[in-house]
Ligand binder design. Structure first.
Ligand code: SAM
Ligand code: DTB
Ligand code: SF4
Length: 336
């Protein structure tokens, strides 16, 4: 058989439950399948675990912007790079609440608060816990991304009503060291364990298009899939190339390779929400449609990500309508 060397066993998740034992070769073999074959496999799994045509939408707000001590080479908010960004202190509660109300009115079901911290200090965490409590009281799902957390901080957020914590692995362990020097992959994994231990849902993914190899993309997804429990939410960001950052001139990733990454994420983590995250402003409608076909079933919605633009909300609604995709009004519970 022509593609016999690609005979990766992808069992039905309904039959055997999710796997956590992927080998590097198995994941790379998936990436190397003929494109249509890869999409067929991802699509079959997607249809088994999610209703057809649903889409979860999250809206982001930067609650503390810039002046971050970390040196993540992709990030406009690092103090190490001159990106012309105006740093802003922690936003007042009322400002956060009015953004959350607006997001809800536009159909978002989850509100994600992002802060440019290495890790939050006690007073900051207290103020953010209050924001979480009030946003949750509006009837929204809550998500926060605040950098590294201790177990106690994670429990404080959980008690305040936090549903999800976003903390990305960003790339493979090998490539990570070329992107960030101020913290380690192990630090990242430790925070994920604290977050899971506190009973929070995990939102964890990465960024592609940073000059990494396909093997790095495969390794990132393998690390995520081999965690004890799959992250409930897996953001796949395409690098937003921000002038002033070391990755401003990173070569563009082939859009079909981006779609392959989404498809492999869907196959490896059948019950997770795969989020087509940053980078959509530079993506064609057709690439986005292929990413949805490959298994992406969540987007960030609203004109802004944290500090960079996102497609206009109206344009997104038109795209979803053209594709016959219904934004989900309530979260569907899936096996982890
Ligand atoms: N400071 C916290 C941290 O790093 O965990 C939370 C905020 S940080 C901006 C959240 C995530 O945004 C990062 O982990 C990274 O994956 C993503 N991100 C930042 N800059 C990006 C860019 N230029 N393009 C794509 N994703 C980016
Ligand atoms: C994630 O994975 N992507 C979002 C969210 N989690 C916090 C952030 C994207 C940031 C893009 C660059 C910016 O707008 O600053
Ligand atoms: Fe700071 Fe997060 Fe940006 Fe890294 S990604 S520089 S930790 S805000």
């Amino acid at each position: 058989m022509k593609h016999a060397k690609h005979a990766v066993v992808v069992d039905s998740p309904a039959q055997r439950g999710p796997r956590h034992d992927w080998s590097a070769t198995q994941v790379l073999d998936l990436f190397e399948l003929p494109f249509i074959e890869l999409l067929d496999r991802a699509r079959a799994i997607h249809r088994e675990t999610f209703p057809v045509g649903d889409m979860q939408i999250s809206t982001l707000l930067s609650i503390k912007t810039g002046a971050c001590p970390e040196d993540c080479a992709y990030c406009p908010q690092s103090v190490h790079f001159d990106t012309g960004l105006n740093p802003e202190r922690l936003a007042p509660l009322e400002e956060v609440l009015s953004a959350a109300r607006a997001a809800q009115a536009h159909g978002a079901t989850r509100f994600c608060m992002g802060a440019a911290y290495r890790s939050p200090r006690p007073a900051q965490l207290k103020a953010i816990a209050e924001m979480v409590r009030e946003v949750k009281a509006l009837g929204l799902e809550t998500c926060a991304t605040l950098g590294m957390l201790t177990g106690e901080q994670a429990r404080t957020l959980k008690d305040a009503g936090l549903d999800y914590y976003n903390h990305n692995l960003d790339t493979s362990e090998r490539y990570y060291a070329e992107i960030i020097t101020t913290r380690s992959y192990a630090d990242r994994l430790d925070t994920l364990a604290q977050v899971r231990g506190a009973g929070l849902k995990v939102c964890c993914g990465g960024i592609v298009g940073m000059g990494e190899t396909r093997a790095d993309r495969a390794e990132l997804l393998r690390t995520l899939a081999n965690l004890d429990t799959h992250p409930e939410s897996v953001p796949i960001n395409h690098l937003v190339r921000v002038p002033g950052t070391p990755l401003a001139d990173a070569p563009a990733l082939d859009p079909l390779e981006f779609v392959r990454t989404v498809a492999v994420a869907r196959i490896l983590m059948p019950g997770s929400r795969i989020r087509l995250s940053a980078g959509r402003t530079d993506m064609s409608d057709e690439t986005q449609a292929l990413a949805f076909l490959a298994g992406a079933n969540s987007i960030f919605y609203g004109d802004r990500l944290l500090t960079t633009p996102n497609p206009e909300a109206d344009r997104d609604m038109q795209l979803l309508a053209r594709l016959g995709i219904e934004p989900a009004r309530a979260e569907v519970t899936q096996p982890a």
